[in-house]
Structures are given as structure tokens and as C-alpha cells.
Ligand binder design. Structure first.
Ligand code: M6P
Ligand code: ZN
Length: 180
């Protein structure tokens, strides 16, 4: 890994999806996010998604991460990320969908939620001060690259306490946004 002053680069690989070396992988399983799903009878070891990021130790002003989310449901709820606010109130983020189909839920501090659908090649801007959660509504992996400032920080607690006001569920074969 070069120092951040020299820049750094990776290839996004497919089969399997990942970033070329050197990179680090964080796997999130059902047991790591039980508070997020309404039902959780499935195997706690079930992998929901993994986040692959540069193995960069030095502080950077910008970085990226690839998220690879499996297709599936827990009860009637589609696989999703934990979701977070940024600790820094002025830090947004950009998501680029590399493969699959899904959506982003954006919830502001007052609890209003909007859903932005995402498919391969879509680019989405996530404004500062909204909690964001990605949901895989497709039949294959949902893969997206996020570009953000690492010092934005992840605030999971605020959104866990309140919860997302809407859930993405399957009803009669359709993808539906429902009140929590
Ligand atoms: C994207 C970025 C990461 C985030 C990941 C998973 O790749 O937003 O910063 O960690 O999605 O989302 P979460 O942290 O909410 O589980
Ligand atoms: Zn974020």
C-alpha cells in the first residue's frame, strides 16, 4: 500500500466481488445486527453482507469501500445494512451500484424516510445528516462502492435507538416500503 500522499488504487473484481490487494474485509452476520430485523429465527451465522476497504492505516480525507450484500430475507424483510448517521454533520457520501438491484433508505433526524432505488450503474448522493441503509431487493448480490471521508465517522447508536421508521419487505411477490 502506498502512502496516501502518493495516492492509492484498487481494481474492483467480480467472481468473486472484491477489491484487489491490499484490502481488508469485515463480514456482517445476522448475529451482528439482530436489532435491525423484526424477525431473527434464521441461523445467526448467516452472512448478510461484507464490506471490503483499502488496508490503509494512515488517516485520509477520502476513501472508498465496496459492499457486497447477499440476496435473501429474514422473515419478510430483505437483507440490509445496519445503517448509520455520520458523526460529522457536514459529511455526505456517494454510492455507485456495480451490480444487482436494491435501494437506499434515507432518514432525517425528524424521522422522515425516503427510498431511492438503485440498479447497476446508478450513482446516488447521500446528503449529510441523514441515516442511510442499503437494502438488497434483487435476486443476486447487491454490490456498491461508497466514497466518503473516513473522519465522517459511523454513528450507529442514534439510528438504532430510534430505528428506521420504514422497512423494505416482500408482500405478494412485490417489494413494499412499510411502516415499522
Ligand atoms: C458503505 C459505506 C461504509 C459502511 C458500509 C456498510 O460501504 O457507507 O461506510 O460501513 O456501507 O454500512 P453500515 O456501516 O451501515 O453497516
Ligand atoms: Zn455513511
Amino acid at each position: 500500500m502506498k502512502s496516501r500522499h502518493e495516492g492509492f488504487s484498487h481494481k474492483v473484481t467480480s467472481n468473486p466481488w472484491g477489491l484487489s490487494e491490499p484490502s481488508k474485509v469485515v463480514v456482517r452476520r445476522l448475529k451482528d445486527m439482530k436489532e435491525c430485523f423484526k424477525a431473527c429465527e434464521e441461523d445467526p451465522e448467516t452472512e448478510i453482507y461484507r464490506v471490503i476497504s483499502p488496508a490503509e492505516e494512515e488517516p485520509c480525507d477520502m476513501t472508498y469501500a465496496l459492499t457486497v450484500m447477499k440476496s435473501g430475507k429474514i422473515g419478510d424483510e430483505f437483507f440490509m445494512t445496519k445503517g448509520h448517521f455520520h458523526k460529522r454533520q457536514d459529511a455526505g457520501e456517494v454510492y455507485m451500484c456495480m451490480d444487482g438491484e436494491g435501494c437506499l433508505l434515507l432518514q432525517d433526524r425528524l424521522g422522515s424516510v425516503i427510498r431511492l432505488d438503485m440498479a447497476k450503474d446508478d450513482v446516488v448522493y447521500v446528503p449529510p445528516a441523514v441515516a442511510h441503509r442499503a437494502v438488497n431487493t434483487g435476486k443476486g448480490d447487491f454490490v456498491f462502492l461508497a466514497v466518503y471521508s473516513p473522519d465522517a465517522g459511523h454513528d450507529y447508536e442514534s439510528i438504532l435507538r430510534r430505528g428506521f421508521a420504514k422497512r423494505v419487505v416482500e408482500r405478494g411477490g412485490s417489494v413494499v416500503l412499510e411502516d415499522s
